[in-house]
Design a protein around this ligand. Structure first.
Ligand code: ADP
Ligand code: ZN
Length: 290
């Protein structure tokens, strides 16, 4: 059975087809410019593929509530052309198949708990640290949406006293995780792209401090059984031990579980070679069929 997958990002749209085992059979990438240019290319991609269902995981904010009038929309994004854009509706004009729709990060989480090293987990959090920061949440086997959907990337954090960087979040300045710890924030603070700062201890210690503050809050509020960290910045593997050490210090022994005794298996990297997002879309498609 052929399932369609669209991972809609602010920079690129990844389109793929796969099967019910999560195997990707074909994949392509289309730059995200304006809907009038980008959407016809996406629609073209699926034209001759005979997909039985389509899973869409999108950058946001989005409206993931099927009972809402604006279900399937990308809502308040500042990205020109995509504000209040009915992305699912546009696909439905051409394709009359069941469609699943969720946030990009819930998609990645779904990929990891379906086909990754976190397979079978029902309570987990996935956080991507890249151009932006976002988090997906699964609780009791359900992807969490609630009032809108979680916005873990904008979790408030306390800046370090010796960090004078102003932050780059237009809403929260130097007080939120994305504003202080995204790839571009690292680049702006240190005057060089994050990728080129490998080996600079102070860069990654500071980064780990902010990520650990957020993870501590995630542990205290959501009580996940595992936290998966993905995105470009997390390619700096040195971050993992630094983050685990700081999480332990921040919790300071307050939460006691066997899972937290083994932080190496509690704070883990994404496991699907950066395919977790698109594989999650395949699972969203599969879920939509059921
Ligand atoms: P996106 O968030 O746009 O989907 P990525 O997750 O790949 O894409 O994140 C891109 C960001 O990650 C860039 O800001 C870049 O600075 C940062 N980045 C990419 N690779 C690395 C690396 N090896 N080390 C540190 N930062 C990186
Ligand atoms: Zn913010």
């Amino acid at each position: 059975m052929i399932l369609g997958a669209l991972e809609a990002g602010g920079t690129k749209m990844v389109c793929a087809i796969g099967d019910e085992t999560g195997r990707i059979l074909d994949q392509t990438s289309i730059p995200t410019t304006i809907p009038e240019e980008t959407m016809p290319l996406i629609i073209d991609y699926f034209m001759d593929k005979d997909v039985k269902a389509l899973g869409v995981a999108s950058f946001g904010p989005i409206d993931p509530d099927p009972t809402s009038e604006t279900y399937g929309y990308i809502t308040s994004t500042p990205k020109p052309g995509w504000t209040n854009y009915n992305i699912l509706g546009e696909l439905k004009k051409t394709y009359d198949v069941p469609m699943g729709f969720d946030t990009d990060v819930n998609g990645s989480l779904l990929g990891e708990v379906t086909w990754g090293s976190s397979k079978g987990l029902t309570d987990a959090v996935y956080i991507t640290i890249g151009t932006g920061i976002g988090g997906g949440v699964m609780s009791g086997g359900n992807l969490v949406h609630g009032m809108l959907h979680p916005e873990l990337g904008h979790m408030l954090i306390i800046p370090r006293a010796n960090d004078h960087y102003a932050g780059r979040c237009p809403f929260h300045g130097n007080n939120c995780l994305e504003g202080m710890a995204s790839g571009p924030a690292i680049g702006e603070r240190w005057g060089r792209p994050a990728k080129e700062l490998a080996g600079q201890k102070e860069v990654w210690e500071l980064e780990a401090d902010y990520v650990a503050q957020a993870l501590t809050n995630v542990i205290l509020t959501l009580s996940p059984k595992r936290i998966i960290l993905g995105g470009g910045v997390m390619h700096q593997e040195v971050l993992f031990p630094l983050i685990r050490t700081r999480v332990k210090e921040c919790l300071n022994g307050y939460v006691r579980t066997s899972l937290l005794d083994d932080l190496d298996n509690y704070v883990v990297p994404a496991s699907l070679n950066d395919d977790q997002g698109i594989m999650g879309c395949i699972k969203l498609a599969l879920n939509a069929l059921e």
